[in-house]
Design a protein around this ligand. Sequence first.
Ligand code: NDP
Ligand code: OXD
Length: 314
Amino acid sequence: MTILLYATGWDISLWRAAIKMLAPGLSVVTTDEPDRFADVRYAWVWKPPAGLLAQLPNLEVIVNLGAGVDAILGDASIPPQIPIIRALDPNITMRMTEWVVLQVLYHHRQMPAYLAQQRARIWQDLPQKAASALTVGIMGAGTLGQSAARILQPLGFNVLGWSRTAKPGLAFPVNHGDAGLGAFLSATDILVCLLPLTAETTGILSYDLLRRLKRDGPLGGPVLINGGRGKEQVGNDILRALNDGTLAGATLDVFDPEPLPANSPLWLHPKLTITPHVAADSDPEAMTAYVLAQLKRHEAGQPMNNVVDRARGY
Ligand code: NDP
Ligand code: OXD
């Protein structure tokens, strides 16, 4: 088996080491070896440059080495018949769940206020409600949203989801579509965004949407947690909402552009917590094992998991 390995911004030697350990017979081609492109049957990529994948004449499967496929779907030169799979193993899912639960608890237990008090040497308890007094609204009730809900519910939080299509049979209620958005927002104290980036979700986290969140909850205002994509939030609207109290606080992991420019006013906003797109990193070993299992299925003529619906955009 010959693969092309390419990942923008990642340490590729970690992936080579994982492949060597788990699949020593696998032959790895890099973009420095165009004379070997005809051998490549599988491309393992993260944010490849537009046009690269179209140069592989015998490509059978594209493996996106992360959950979000917005970067790869922007490349119109990728032949339409080649399947793209999202490498979405339980490791990346649990990492996102950890990050979401961490941020929800951080705001629920008033850590921003306690950290400010600590800096001012203030020993002062703040009134604290139970988790059951709060509703966490998760935009995107897919793999990552459902996993976060599975941990938040036993902690006592009310969980409500929002998706594109109906989701009967889940352990938490899910509203869907435009018709279900209003009731979802007006019930939500902590809004968690785990939406894929598509034409419909670009700019969805606008000032107008944030104004529709529940205003009289225990946190003194709603909180936004975005682990989806930076282009889903309108940067100036987030600032406006934080400044005028529309939002009581926020945590953002994703930005447009990334890295967040050093002169962005978001960096030092006292109500904002920033993580540098690390909510759920792809682990080379876990991901390699997952991808090898998927390609084994492909070679055995079985359907692969997490095949991207290109028309839908995720
Ligand atoms: P899934 O495809 O499993 O789930 C996506 C969910 O979003 C589905 O419930 C889908 O609804 C819903 N959705 C899509 N479009 C709309 C819309 N227009 N209106 C309402 N709901 C919509 O994706 P994952 O859970 O695996 O991943 C979600 C995203 O998380 C990724 O695309 C990526 O951008 C981001 N991510 C970020 C990471 C980070 O480190 N910050 C790491 C990993 C992922 P339906 O089910 O009805 O189709
Ligand atoms: C992903 C990401 O989509 O890391 O996997 O953002």
